[in-house]
Design a protein around this ligand. Structure first.
Ligand code: IPD
Ligand code: CA
Ligand code: CA
Length: 286
């Protein structure tokens, strides 16, 4: 099969099938741990088994990198990245914000990707050079020009979370924007940036299966995806910044300030306690 095959009908259908399977498990899973607080459920494994089996049958010569380890790598020209359930922590707690993410890379270039959110039945899709869509309709990043008017998203890892500096970034950017959301599903953060719900998204230490499909979708929707200091994002980059392009430089300049330690100081809890406003109770409650 050639480089220009239209992959989207097949992987869109596959993501929908895996999403339907996730919904069957939703609300009735038992939490297991694969690290200190890194959760996994039977739904992650069942979704991965389904996706890997279908990809293997259809593209037996392609490599597959899948989060729960069901893939295989042999240095093939094409490589699939599979996150069978992005947002496992949300899923395990019954919070309806999670997705399936599937992407294809050929020799370092993203070729096609889909992210499916089964609760809202939203399928984000993109093929290189052909734009991005949400349920078949073309999507574009927002036209918001400044961080001051932007809604932004980020995430925090479960793995090595005590080494993560993101709370400083979260604080600084909260003070300069309409707000920072933390959805708990990086693939959705990227797609929501692609369709204009967010102006930007950044995170530290994501994995290729979190970002592969969403990166292509955001770029094909007119967005920009880089690392946090301006280099092109590739799937091995330790940091990602995706945006509508218009607020990108402002965010990068801010990141440089924060990396240099020139971020606004957080009030300590003790300072807050000392100057805590008196409680004012309505008369009926006295
Ligand atoms: C996680 C989510 C989350 C992000 C974590 C990821 P998972 O993926 O994308 O938003 O903050 O870093 O590991 O484990 O739910 O597939
Ligand atoms: Ca993930
Ligand atoms: Ca996952």
């Amino acid at each position: 099969m050639g480089a220009h095959e239209d992959y989207l009908p097949f992987i869109g259908g596959l993501a929908r099938e895996a999403g339907a399977l996730l919904l069957k498990h939703f609300g009735r899973v038992r939490i297991e741990y694969k690290g200190g607080v890194d959760l996994v459920t039977a739904a992650d494994r069942a979704s991965e088994a389904l996706i890997v089996e279908r990809l293997r049958t259809r593209y037996p010569r392609h490599d597959i990198v899948a989060e729960e380890g069901g893939g295989n790598e042999s240095g093939a020209e094409y490589r699939w990245y599979v996150d069978p359930l992005d947002g496992t922590t949300n899923f395990a707690h019954g919070l309806p914000l999670f997705a399936v993410s599937i992407a294809l890379e050929r020799q370092g270039r993203l070729v096609a990707g889909v992210v499916y959110e089964p609760v809202l039945d939203e399928l984000f899709a993109a093929q290189a050079g052909q734009g991005a869509s949400l349920n078949g309709k073309r999507i574009q990043v927002s036209g918001v020009q400044s961080l001051r008017e932007a809604l932004v998203a980020t995430g925090f890892p479960t793995h090595k979370r005590h080494k993560n500096p993101n709370i400083h970034f979260y604080h600084a950017i909260t003070l300069r924007s309409h707000g920072v959301r933390r959805l708990g599903a990086a693939a959705l953060d990227l797609c929501y940036t692609a369709c204009g719900r967010f102006e930007a998204f950044w995170e530290f230490n994501l994995k290729p299966w979190d970002t592969a499909a969403g990166t292509l979708i955001a770029r094909e929707a007119g967005g920009r995806v880089s690392d946090m200091v301006g280099g092109e994002y590739d799937l091995a980059s330790p940091e990602v910044l995706a945006s509508n392009g218009l607020v990108h430089e402002e965010l990068q300049e801010l990141f440089e300030e924060i990396f240099a330690g020139r971020n606004p100081q957080l009030p300590s809890a003790e300072e807050y306690r000392q100057h805590r406003p008196d409680l004012v109770r309505p008369r009926a409650m006295k």
